[in-house]
Design a protein around this ligand. Structure first.
Ligand code: NAD
Length: 509
């Protein structure tokens, strides 16, 4: 089960797990075999806690991707033809194994990503829940519709699209990977997974547990490596029929280009600059809790985070003052400490990026109430003080660009129209959060705000059957429930004549 241990216990356990990972390294898993990259080259992954090396990682390239894609291609017919109940049972076992290993997964995920254990423990369990949910759908995945006319019976069936590529980012890699891999496997696709080079440790565990659960060789393959080489080769491979990608918007554009020649189907979950819109009539205490949680949980390295705080003018000062006080109290520390609320950022490059936006805030004329710089005693890691900036305007770069760190920008608005204009002024459109007790206003805002997902009087609470995805530069397509199967499957229409309907006679006169 997931960790409920003290900091000291977590440190001791993590040291044990880490020693095993350091000894074994992270390798590729192709056709059920754990192998080095074809060139023998490796790269290292380090812990954001102190930038110490965790282990060596096999560096896959186009040759490794080709082997993995071939393995996925060869394994596809039998996996696709397997009785849905059998696939379901393997995925149930997969979920159980994730639960049994949740503590190891969550501690290593914290070590590799810097994400606080208080969130990672749940993320590992959610990974198991994803497998269980999609396993339940495996049996009916091929079901279609009956669309009869007077003369024909049309009916549809669904078939898995083929081998698919899954490319994931570094922020919460385990959970995000299960979100893609579970539905792909449930509907009968085979998979080649290319995890992010900055946090590859738990992807190996995920793939190994799949084989332990009974996945036949070649059904789930893992190739580590860099985006420009391994990732690119995966998106270009002729055996790979679709790419499920989570990452930056710009990378999404590259993938679309790279996949064009082989006509890849793509599903993109990309960046965000999501508004939380607080009206004066809202339950301000709850709105405050949610705004803080949705920005400072998961180190702010969260695509759905509410990174722009839009507050109605009459309550702006009071609300932002209270928020500023709370942000100063957020506990920054070692992610393995259950008391830690914000851990270190993924690497020093990202730390510098977030810090540059702290500097930019003052240059652009906004007011920083706290944040930036490294907390005393934590200089060895990629820690940054949680940042809150107020008195920003919608056109500032700090209000337009994705910062992806514990950094919140507040803007005041006068009425519904202005709130909407500011909310929609960015290139992104992933989520929006609306706080008001006025139902009509909430519905009007929810319908007009440019976002794939809207929460009213709530933080982000995921419901697996509901669609997940963004509009504008935040993504293409939807995940979740049957939306996932729509992506990983082809729909075929079959039409049977019900009698002797008219057929035009050509050349018969
Ligand atoms: P990234 O785009 O740099 O990398 C993501 C993955 O793409 C990595 O595995 C990387 O190796 C690979 N990649 C890079 N270049 C590639 C190429 N040319 N071809 C194929 N693959 C390539 O993103 P990141 O920095 O790892 O993650 C942070 C980003 O992810 C943020 O923008 C965040 O908003 C986004 N994100 C979105 C969601 C969502 O659901 N919308 C969820 C989590 C993260």
């Amino acid at each position: 089960m997931a960790t409920k241990k003290t900091f000291e216990e977590n440190l001791a356990l993590t040291a044990d797990y880490r020693a095993v990972v350091a000894e074994r390294g992270v390798k590729n898993i192709i056709n059920g075999e754990r192998v080095d990259g074809s060139t023998g080259r490796t790269f290292t992954t380090s812990s954001p806690i102190d930038n110490s090396e965790i282990c060596h990682v096999a560096e896959g390239d186009a040759t490794d991707i080709d082997r993995a894609a071939q393995a996925a291609w060869d394994a596809f017919p039998a996996w696709a033809a397997m009785d849905g109940k059998k696939r379901r049972d393997i995925l149930y076992r997969y979920a159980e194994l994730i639960e049994e290993n949740a503590e190891r997964i969550s501690l290593l995920e914290s070590l590799d990503t810097g994400q606080p254990i208080r969130f990672m423990a749940k993320a590992a369990l959610r990974g198991a829940a994803n497998f269980r949910y999609f396993a339940d759908q495996a049996v009916g995945a091929q079901d279609g519709q009956s669309l009869p006319t007077k003369e024909h019976l049309n009916y549809t069936i669904r078939t898995p699209i083929g081998p698919v590529g899954v490319i994931t980012p570094w922020n919460t890699p385990f959970m995000l990977s299960t979100w893609k891999i579970a539905p792909a496997l449930a509907c009968g696709c085979t998979v080649v997974h290319k995890p992010a080079e900055l946090s590859p440790v738990t992807a190996q565990i995920l793939t190994e547990l799949g084989h332990e659960a009974g996945l036949p060789p070649g059904v789930l393959n893992l190739v580590n490596g860099f985006g420009e080489t391994a990732g690119k080769a995966l998106t270009e491979h002729h055996h790979i029929k679709a790419i499920a990608f989570v990452g930056e918007s710009y990378t999404g554009s590259l993938i679309m280009q790279q996949g064009a020649l082989t006509l890849k189907r793509v599903h993109f979950e990309l960046g965000g600059k999501n508004p939380v819109i607080v009206f004066a009539d809202a339950d301000l205490e709850r709105a405050l809790d949610a705004a803080i949680f949705m920005k400072y949980s998961l180190n702010g390295e969260r695509c759905t985070s509410s990174s722009r705080l839009l507050v109605e003018a009459p309550v702006y000062e009071e609300f932002t003052e209270k928020l500023a006080e709370r942000v100063k109290q957020i506990k920054v520390g070692n992610p393995l400490d259950p008391a830690t609320e914000v851990g270190p950022l993924i690497d020093s490059g990202h730390l510098n990026k977030v810090q540059s936006y702290v500097d930019l805030a003052t240059e652009e004329g906004a007011t920083k109430t706290s944040g930036g710089g490294q907390p005393a005693g934590l200089e060895a890691g990629n820690y940054i003080n949680p940042t809150f900036v107020k008195n920003a305007t919608a056109d500032m770069r700090i209000a337009q660009e994705e910062i992806f760190g514990p950094y919140l920008t507040a803007i005041s608005f006068d009425d519904d129209d202005q709130a909407l204009e500011i909310a929609n002024s960015v290139k992104y459109g992933l989520t929006a959060y609306i706080w008001t007790k006025d139902v009509t206003r909430a519905l009007n805002m929810a319908h007009k705000v440019e976002a794939g997902m809207v929460w009213v009087n709530s933080q982000n609470v995921r419901h697996l059957p509901a669609p997940f995805g963004g509009v504008k530069s935040s993504g293409i397509g939807r995940d979740g429930g049957d939306y996932s199967f729509e992506f990983y499957m082809e729909t075929k229409n079959i039409s049977i004549a019900l009698g002797d309907h008219a057929i035009s006679k050509l050349g018969a006169s």
